[in-house]
Design a protein around this ligand. Structure first.
Ligand code: ADP
Ligand code: MG
Length: 316
């Protein structure tokens, strides 16, 4: 459905992206993961036909974006990092305006009602855009991207700046849209792309540094496990017990959380949760909290760069 080859883009003398390429089948959700400045927006702007690249090509459903920009763009709904909203318009009049601008040939009222229902903004249709919360504004941006029913959706950091409840709502919406659309979504949050996407591409300093399926990423995360523990019992005693468990590589004291209860971070090469439970209960220490700590994007990057990822069967 989407074939991107060898994209390179310079801003003056600075290279923003270099040799970026990937392909995506119909109905897949691709996560474009990378820290700020990695080149995510640049790549998405090129794929959506907003800016041109210096080299490389983008094909959407077999149509080259440079050969036939209007045909290729018709297949794409784009939600840029900052949604292109007109603040003084009502939601409804803005969507009507964008409907005309995109030259959509569908029954107007019916179609606008449909995209509002999909984006869950029916209750704010008559409101003026500048009075809406960030979460709603983002959904209005999404409704705009859905106009004309494009098969491909490109969403640039759709959850950035939203509060936790709004993030959950937006992820649900994207998963639902992924059933019918091919979606490219960018994010700097690993857990987000893990929960929503079929495929992940990691980009750093303008280059793709990892390109793989989510399950393998999850596996690479699991190979260095980390758990958070809160235990009732003497700190020194508990520390000693944890240190002696087979497979535990490091125990970090985090201090007293409430009277007589101490927090620890336990790092290990394998799953040690059961061994931790057995060792502590044998010594009459009560576990109050035991929860996995997810590796951050930075740590996953470090794993990838240090070669750990490859050793563990990542394979790229
Ligand atoms: P991301 O979306 O991953 O945060 P961007 O694609 O926005 O990254 O930026 C990639 C690099 O290109 C950054 O170093 C950024 O400073 C630079 N850049 C982006 N847009 C412009 C521009 N219009 N002019 C000059 N440099 C830019
Ligand atoms: Mg960006």
């Amino acid at each position: 459905m989407i074939k991107v080859e060898n994209l390179t883009k310079y801003y003056g003398k600075n290279i923003a992206i270099e040799n970026v390429g990937f392909s995506l089948d119909e109905g897949e959700i691709l996560g474009f993961l990378g820290p700020n400045g990695a080149g995510k927006s640049t790549t998405m702007n090129i794929i959506a036909g907003y800016i041109s690249s210096d080299t490389g090509s983008v094909k959407i459903g077999g149509v080259d974006i440079l050969d036939d920009p209007s045909a290729a763009k018709k297949k794409i709904g784009y939600l840029p990092e900052v949604p292109p909203l007109y603040n003084d318009m009502t939601v409804k009049s803005y969507l009507e305006f964008m409907f005309d601008l995109k030259k959509v040939r569908m029954p107007k009222d019916e179609h606008i009602n449909k995209v509002c229902a999909m984006s869950k903004i029916e209750n704010v249709k008559e409101r003026i855009i500048k009075h809406l919360s960030k979460g709603y504004r983002q959904r209005v941006g999404l409704a705009q991207a859905l106009l004309g029913d494009p098969p491909v959706l490109i969403l640039d950091e759709p959850t950035a700046g939203l509060d936790p409840a709004q993030i959950i709502e937006m992820r649900k919406l994207i998963s639902m849209l992924g059933k019918k659309h091919t979606v490219i979504l960018s994010s700097h949050v690993l857990s987000e792309v893990q929960s929503v996407c079929d495929k992940i591409i990691v980009i750093n300093n303008g280059k793709i540094v990892a390109d793989d399926f989510t399950s393998k990423f999850t596996k690479s995360g699991r190979d260095t496990q980390r758990i958070r523990l809160v235990v009732e019992g003497r700190e020194k005693n508990t520390y000693g017990i944890l240190k002696n468990i087979d497979g535990v590589s490091e125990v970090i004291k985090k201090g007293e959380t409430e009277k007589g209860c101490f927090e620890f971070t336990v790092e290990s090469g394998a799953d040690v949760r059961r061994a931790v439970y057995r060792a502590l209960s044998k010594s009459d220490c009560t576990i109050l909290v035991m929860s996995p700590i997810e590796l951050s994007l930075e740590e996953t990057f470090l794993n990838i760069i240090s070669g750990k990822y490859n050793e563990n069967g990542g394979g790229f």
